[in-house]
Design a protein around this ligand. Sequence first.
Ligand code: NOJ
Length: 515
Amino acid sequence: MAFPWWRDAIVYEIYVRSFADASGDGVGDLAGVRSRLGYLAGLGVDAIWLTPFYPSPMADGGYDVADYRGVDPLFGDLADFDALVSDAHERGLRVIVDIVPNHSSAEHPWFRRALDAPPGSPERDRYLFATGSGDAPPNNWRSTFGGPAWSRLPGGEWYLHLFAPEQPDFNWRDPDVPAEFLDVLRFWLDRGVDGFRIDVANGLFKAAGLPDAPPDEQGFKAESPIWGRPEVHEVYREWRKVLDSYRGDRVAVGEVWTDSVTDLARYVRPDELHQTFNFPWLLAPWSATALRKVIDDTLRIVPAPTWVLSNHDVVRHRTRYDETDPGAGLPRARAAMLTTLALPGSAYLYQGDELGLPEILDLPDEVRQDPVFTRTGGEIKGRDGCRVPLPWSGTTEPYGFAPEGVRPWLPQPAEWAELSVRRQEGDPGSTLEFHRAAIALRRELRGSLPTEIIWLDAPADVLMFTRGPLTCVLNCGDRAVPLPPHHSLLIASGPLPGEALPPDTAAWLSPPPPH
Ligand code: NOJ
C-alpha cells in the first residue's frame, strides 16, 4: 500500500511574521510567502506549515486568535490566502495551517460577550471562570509564560489563561466550543488546506473542579490536572472523522509537550491525530547514546514518527549545540539535519534552519515582543531570538525581507549579510546548498527506503544505521573515526579528509557495509 504523502514529508515551518514582507510594513505576510514559493519548491520540501495569520491583537504573535475564519490585515486577506494555497498546490507544495483550540484572544467576540454577561451565564460557560477564596485565585496553577494562570475581573470572578492574560482558555466541556471548532476545521478544509498543526493539543481539558496541581507538576506532564486529560482524545476522534471525510490525505499534527513517549503515542492512535511533534529529538543533548535512545523509543512506540530540531518556540539548534561546545554549533546542526533526514518518518524544518541561522541572543530589551519576556520581568528573554526576520539578499537591513528602507519588526544583525539566501546560493560549501543536496537525495531515494532501520556496530560516540540502500553515520565524539570499507559516499555534512569521519559530522553511504 502506498503511504499517504505526510508519512515521509519534509514540512517547512513558516513563521509568517518573519518570512517575507511584501506589503512593506516590516511584518511578513501571506503575499510575501507567495512570492517565495519558488524558493521553497527549489529547496525540495513537500509542505509548508503557516503559523497563525488570523485576526489577532498579536499579544502572542498571533496565537491569540480573535476570529478563526479570517486573515489579519497585517498578513493580507482571504483572497491572498486562497491565492497562496492555489499557487502552492500548483508547485506541488501542500499547505498546513495552525489551529489554536486551547484559548482565544481576549478580543474574541465570545470572550467580550462573556465579560459583559453575569457569572453563571451561558456566555461565561464557554471559558473557565471561577471564584477564588478571598484575594487568592481559584487554584495554584501557573501560566506557562510566568505568573499565575488566573486573572481577576472587577466583578470578583477569575478566568483561566494557561498562557498570557490576553489568551483566555476555552471550556471544552461547553458544547458550543467543540461544535465551533468542527466548523472552523471545515472552513479551512473547504478552502483547500491539506492539514492542521494543533496548538497546545494536550491542554484543552482541565480536571473537573480545577484542583490544585502538585507543586512540582506545573510543567508539561503526561497526567496532571492541567495537561493530557483523557477527554481530549474524544475531540481528536471527532476531528479525525472530519479530516477523513475530505478527499486527499488531510493531516493533523499535534503540539504535545509531555514527559512521556507513551503519552505521546496516545494522540496518534489510528482514529486520532496522524502525527505529533517529536520534541524529545529536539531536547536531546549532543550524545550518540542520548540520540539513539530517542530514535529507539520513537520507532518502538510511535507509528508515524516526526523529527524536529527547531521551531519558533525554542533556541535555534545551531546555538543550542554551540552552548555546550562553543564553535561546534554549525557543524553539529548540519550533522543533526543529515541524520534527521535519514530517519523514517517526516521531518519538520523551521525557516532559516537551511541557512544555518543562529539564535540572536543580544536583541535589545526594548525591541523584544514575546510575552514571556514581559511576564517574567525580563528574567527569561523569550523567543524573539529565533524569530528574527530572514535574510534573503543584500548586505544591510532589511536583507531582502522587506522592500528597501523598511525596518523589520525585529532588528536583523550584521551577521545576516554572510548568511543570506543570495550569499549562499551556488556556493557548494554553504549550508543552504548542503540542505538542498540532502533533501534532493532523500527525494531520489524515497521509494526505496524501508520504514525500519538496522543499527550497525559502531564506536561508543558514533551512530550507524542502515535503511535499505542508505547507511547513515554520525560522529558525536571528539576524534575522527574510520568510515566502513566498501562504500561510496553519497553526501556528508562537512568536509571529509581522507576516509575518516571527523567529529560533529554525519555522512550517507551506499551501498550498506556488510553486517
Ligand atoms: C505554542 C505555540 O507554538 C507558541 O508560540 C504559543 O505561544 C503557545 N502555544 C500558546 O498558544
